[in-house]
Design a protein around this ligand. Structure first.
Ligand SMILES: [Zn+2]
Ligand SMILES: [Zn+2]
Length: 121
């Protein structure tokens, strides 16, 4: 049947289009992962502002937020601190945007000031 030979490629294209639309979100997340980009649910500027608002924190640098998978997020940062911060620090951090945006793995380096070998990124 000649009708099918024309219809066949059209059906194939339609199926590919449906699959592409269906996986677009996942695809985009995967590309973000590959590019080491912060997940769209995380406002990095807000996280930095929240760190700066913590008592005793004077500066934040080397702040990185990235996806470990499409559902898990990690954060590392250097915090320049003045005075003893630990007692009041952790409760405040738990209610910060970092926690609100489900960043499950956080590594913080506390410094009395940026060290000579601190990366500027
Ligand atoms: Zn860095
Ligand atoms: Zn540092």
């Amino acid at each position: 049947m000649t009708g099918w030979s024309i219809l066949d490629p059209l059906v194939s294209i339609a199926i590919v289009a449906v699959i592409l639309i269906g996986t677009w979100g996942l695809l985009k997340d995967s590309v973000n992962l590959a590019l080491d980009a912060a997940p769209p649910s995380v406002d990095v500027a807000a996280v930095k502002a929240a760190f700066l608002a913590l008592p005793g924190v004077s500066a934040v640098h080397d702040l990185h937020v990235w996806g470990l998978s499409t559902t898990e997020t990690a954060l590392t940062a250097h915090l320049s601190t003045t005075g003893p911060t630990a007692p009041c620090f952790w409760p405040r951090l738990r209610s910060s945007p970092a926690a609100a945006s489900h960043i499950g793995h956080t590594t913080l380096q506390l410094e009395s000031g940026a060290l000579p070998d601190c990366p500027d990124c």
